[in-house]
Design a protein around this ligand. Structure first.
Ligand code: SF4
Ligand code: SF4
Length: 351
């Protein structure tokens, strides 16, 4: 492992900014969001986790796919340096890796090639993620339900632990290891640093909630399709879509043409399966025309369909949706309610 003294962080970042477009948490009103930094002092370190996830770095809320006119079609050229993400927490690193399954190598019918989204790939494929351990997880964090934890290194390019005086770096991916070799301001960490990391890890892990066993979730969900549990869960939901927009793994989008006088652009925009018109068809028919169907869809997608397609749940336990939901519909309660739901409870005992 390597380390740098905290007083040298700006020097390190300036060095990295020469070769990379560096994204880090930056103050955005009272919240923090991942933005390109012009100066290392732009970085906001006052929050454990940015309120807005780094999903928008690779999958922007609004992205021009191409422009058109009578002369033809042109794709906006991107002459950017590779992206480097600084200060990402493990739940968000995991989310980005999940989104790469969709945009980088999407599952198609068996006889078709995998779909690779060029807009995602040109940003993601050359990027590098500095994944920071969480020394003080929030009360809404529950990544440990998904087998992760505040010091989970998996998915990192470079894993970083902040101790009292230093940042300790560990190269995880080949890309990360190569970059660490090039850093000029680092020094080799010692046994004392390793002990400091172990102590911080022990403390952080002790702050996490009790683990709920979610192994039954995937198989149980399809059996609940027609059960009244969905009415109970969705009764509070106002379909505002805040949970989906804030979620680092939700990735529904719409495509819209904005044009006038023979020229315009095609834009990809975030959308949400929680919005009433998301599935509205041109005929006026809406296959998910009520809140019950929409809430069930979101839960089924996260904990059943995505696992079918990509082998994992589409949730990292970041807890952001718990914070933003205006009616306190807590996904942790939803998961527990599903696991504890008694099937066939209305069947009389003597049947
Ligand atoms: S569903 Fe909620 S807890 Fe899970 S990843 Fe999305 S915002 Fe985080
Ligand atoms: S944030 Fe809450 S109220 Fe809004 S759509 Fe999500 S679950 Fe429903």
């Amino acid at each position: 492992m390597l380390k740098i003294k905290k007083e040298n962080i700006n020097t390190l970042l300036e060095e990295l900014m020469k070769d990379y477009q560096v994204y880090a948490p930056v103050k955005n009103g009272s919240k923090a969001a991942f933005k390109v930094i012009e100066n290392p002092d732009d970085i906001f370190t006052g929050h454990v986790k940015s309120e807005y996830s780094p999903k928008s770095v690779f999958f922007p809320q609004s992205e021009v796919l191409f422009e058109y006119s009578k002369e033809g079609v042109s794709i906006p050229e991107k002459k950017e340096k590779p992206y480097l993400l600084w200060g990402v927490r493990n739940c968000d690193t995991k989310s980005i890796r999940m989104l790469d399954k969709v945009f980088g190598n999407a599952r198609q019918a068996p006889d078709k090639d995998m779909y690779k989204d060029p807009y995602w790939k040109q940003k993601y494929d050359t990027s590098i993620i500095f994944n920071f351990a969480c020394n003080a997880p929030l009360t809404t964090c529950f990544c440990n339900w998904f087998g992760s934890g505040p010091f989970d290194e998996s998915g990192s390019d470079i894993f970083v632990v902040e101790t009292k005086d230093d940042l300790i770096f560990k190269g995880i991916s080949e890309k990360g290891k190569e970059l660490l070799k090039k850093l000029s301001v680092s020094e080799i960490s010692d046994k004392k640093d390793e002990e400091a990391v172990s102590e911080l890890k022990e403390k952080a892990v002790s702050m996490m909630p009790e683990v709920t066993d979610i192994s039954a979730l995937y198989e149980k969900l399809p059996k609940l399709w027609n059960e009244p549990i969905w009415q109970e869960i969705s009764s509070k939901c106002v379909n505002c879509g805040a949970c989906a927009f804030i979620c680092p793994t939700c990735h529904c989008f719409d495509v819209s043409d904005e044009g006038k006088n023979g020229k315009g652009k095609r834009v990809r925009l975030w959308d949400s399966c929680m919005f009433p018109i998301f599935t509205m068809e041109a005929s006026g028919h809406n296959p998910r025309g009520n809140s019950v169907d929409r809430v069930r869809q979101r839960v089924m997608h996260k904990f059943n369909y995505f696992k079918d397609n990509y082998g994992t749940h589409l949730c990292t336990g970041c807890g952001r949706c718990v914070v933003v939901c205006p009616v306190n519909l807590d996904i942790r309660d939803v998961i527990k309610d599903i696991i504890n739901y008694e099937l066939n409870k209305k069947v009389p005992a003597d049947v």
